[in-house]
Ligand binder design. Structure first.
Ligand code: KG4
Ligand code: ZN
Length: 344
């Protein structure tokens, strides 16, 4: 069936829209970031984020339609993120999507943000199911066994901070700008990753859960005893800190692939843009003859193409949402393979 789907994403601090044709052709990918506004507060301020989404959403949708050369009344469906994320921000996207779907009398398709990240690897590739997907972003660190576009089995998640938070909070402690992940990545390129040793939590347990608050706390203690006096030393600290996060993520994901005998693995989400994680993952998965797929950076950080892509699968299968569907801030899924809280 020929289809034109508009997708909207507004779960955090990016207002994004995309139009996708027949589930494959990306006609537009528009992202408006609020980073410069939140930077001076050192993190995302939810109230400000909602207001900025209100200002941006219609212009961004119009820009996306214009870039696609598609008229509103040509759309066959509207896909939108309805969680997890900031409630006020999500409401802006969902209400807009509902209004468009209602006025055009086309289906509304609600999409889960984390599942869309896990599925985003299919924007540029076509993975066979099942595959393992690690979703690492500012708010989430989740390991899935993906059996199909609508079966994301939870096998591990963070018990406290997300990997992105470990980067952002660590960067703040080091006096770097928000969002810190990208700054740590940049400075680490000049640093020695083995200079200092930061903990690799849960690495030795057989649980696939993660915990990143301890890494951040260890940096707090380290900085109490250690004064950074040169740019080189700052780079060394960044590289060593980054290595602890990268190694934990990569080794646990590799172990999951081996345990479930899976040959295709995806690493997705904003933190998957990290150059060291990309490099280390490639090396370790190559050594183990497991195929690794990491999306292009523009599909790692928040975007609406991933919402469109998963939305299209739901469209094809007639999985539409009611117009009274609500937003949700957190995702509560149960472990399906019973490894979550064992042995740690
Ligand atoms: O997926 P995303 O855009 O938004 C959420 O759903 O949270 O992820 C944002 C996170 C932030 O924590 C940011 O610091 C991190 O991704 N990030 C990075 C890099 N680029 C973005 N972390 C490490 N290295 C990077 N190069
Ligand atoms: Zn995200």
């Amino acid at each position: 069936m020929s289809s034109l789907i508009l997708a909207i994403e507004s779960s955090c601090d990016e207002t994004a829209a995309s139009v996708i044709k027949n589930g494959r052709e990306i006609l537009s990918n528009v992202v408006s970031s609020q980073i410069d506004i939140h930077k001076k507060y050192g993190g995302v301020v939810p109230e400000i984020a909602s207001r900025k989404h209100v200002e941006a959403i219609i212009p961004i949708i119009n820009e996306s339609l214009e870039a696609s050369k598609v008229k509103l009344n040509e759309l066959n469906a509207v896909a939108v993120t309805n969680g997890p994320g900031l409630i006020g921000s999500l409401l802006v996207g969902l209400s807009t999507a509902k209004s468009i779907a209602f006025s055009l009398d086309v289906p509304l398709i609600a999409v889960d943000h984390i599942e869309a990240h896990a599925y985003s690897v299919n924007i540029e590739n076509n993975l066979n199911f099942p595959y393992i997907a690690l979703v690492v972003s500012g708010g989430h660190t989740t390991l899935y066994l993906v059996n199909s576009y609508n079966s994301f089995e939870l096998i591990g998640k963070t018990r406290d901070d997300a990997a992105g938070e470990a980067f952002d909070k660590g960067a703040k402690l080091l006096g770097l700008d928000y969002p810190g992940g990208i700054q740590i990545d940049r400075l680490s390129k000049e640093g020695k990753k083995d200079k200092y040793k930061f903990p690799r939590p849960f690495l030795k347990t057989d649980s696939f859960d993660f915990s990143f608050s301890g890494v951040k706390t260890s940096l707090v203690h380290f900085l109490k005893k250690h004064e950074i006096t040169s740019n080189q030393d700052l780079s060394d600290v960044c590289a060593s800190y980054q290595e602890a996060i990268a190694e934990t993520l990569v080794e646990k994901t590799l172990r999951a692939a081996k345990q479930f005998s899976i040959n295709d693995v995806a690493i997705t989400g904003g933190v998957a843009s990290n150059s060291r994680i990309r490099e280390l993952a490639q090396k370790r998965f190559d050594q183990n003859n497991i195929n690794l797929f990491i999306p292009d950076i523009k599909y790692c950080t928040d975007n609406a193409v991933m919402i469109a892509k998963l939305g299209h699968q739901k469209f094809e299968n007639g999985e539409f949402s009611d117009l009274d569907i609500d937003v949700y801030s957190t995702k509560r899924s149960a472990y399906t393979r019973g490894k979550g809280f064992k042995n740690s």
